[in-house]
Ligand binder design. Structure first.
Ligand code: 1HE
Length: 261
């Protein structure tokens, strides 16, 4: 993160109940993603606070994120643009596979790179104001933060191509039906619902959450035969953990499990 409080941080991090709420804090620029934003996301997800079991992502000022900062984006040589995109991929991978469950609270613009960040998160809650869009065609560019894979995984390649060719945007109800979000809530409720869901997820055994996050998207890239074998290995590993002992014991003792101190 930038030094001792002198530079305003793009990300504001609040810790409560072992949940980290990470707020994108560039409301005047609709939380557009500049290099500092990406660096701070990278630092947070590469080395999250130790006492955190789940993360909530939200945007300040009524918008989640308006995507790549088009004003600060430099004109570079082609090869440097490849490295720039590969760096975004690395950071989005940290969000998806860093090990912590990530819930996003979606309001207003979830556009371009903002949709790529949302698609790297595991659970998505949207308010009526939400607007999902990939307007890269209108800007003369192409997605570079993982949308072909992660948004394609949600929508399928055919619908993703149509969405990008026409530059259309989807609202709350269509987004829910398409899987861009998992929950629809009323105005002003996305953050609190996302935090409730994060607390609920954090009650699961840590290793079970880890296996869900790591195994399911990887199995989707395998043949069914390989996927079933990987599933058996994950199941066998989970069953040797303290979490499995506690989960099974709690069920038989007719009480809620206690997986964390
Ligand atoms: C920005 C950006 C931005 C807003 N980069 N400055 N993303 C886009 O193509 C989305 C572009 N933004 C918009 O369509 C609209 O700004 C919004 C729908 C998000 C919000 O509209 P509105 O009317 O609330 O705000 P505004 O007046 O348009 O913007 C307020 C300020 O934020 C204004 O700056 P100001 O100095 O004139 O006050 C805007 O310029 C600024 N702003 N969005 C820079 N994106 C790794 S590849 C990923 C590729 C992409 O993400 S492409 C998609 C880029």
């Amino acid at each position: 993160m930038p030094d001792g409080g002198q530079t305003p941080r793009v990300l504001k991090v609040d810790l409560s109940d072992r949940i980290a709420t990470v707020t994108f804090n560039r409301a005047d620029k609709r939380n557009a993603v500049n290099d500092s934003f990406i660096e701070e996301l990278d630092r947070f997800f590469s080395s999250p606070p130790k006492n955190v079991d789940a993360v909530v992502l939200a945007g300040a000022g009524g918008h989640f994120c308006a995507g790549l900062d088009l004003a600060e984006h430099e004109q570079r040589k082609s090869i440097d643009n490849v490295y720039h995109s590969r760096n975004w991929h690395r950071v989005m991978d940290q969000i998806e596979f860093g090990g912590l469950p990530v819930v996003s609270a979606l309001t207003g613009a979830v556009i371009g790179g903002g949709l790529e960040i949302a698609a790297a998160s595991h659970v998505r809650v949207a308010e009526p104001s939400v607007r999902f869009q990939l307007p890269e065609g209108l800007r003369g560019i192409f997605v570079g933060g993982g949308a072909t894979v992660r948004v394609g995984r949600i929508l399928g390649p055919d619908r993703l191509r149509e969405m990008m060719l026409t530059g259309r945007s989807y609202g709350q109800e269509e987004g829910l039906n398409l899987g861009l979000s998992h929950y629809s809530v009323g105005e002003g409720q996305a953050l609190s619902r996302a935090q409730d869901l994060a607390r609920r997820i954090a009650q699961n055994a840590e290793f079970s959450n880890y296996l869900m996050i790591q195994t399911i998207p990887r199995v989707a890239n395998m043949s069914a035969d390989d996927g079933l074998f990987a599933e058996s290995l994950a199941a066998a590993m989970s069953q040797t953990t303290e979490g499995a002992k506690e989960g099974l014991r709690a069920f038989l003792e007719k009480r809620p499990p206690r997986f964390r101190d």
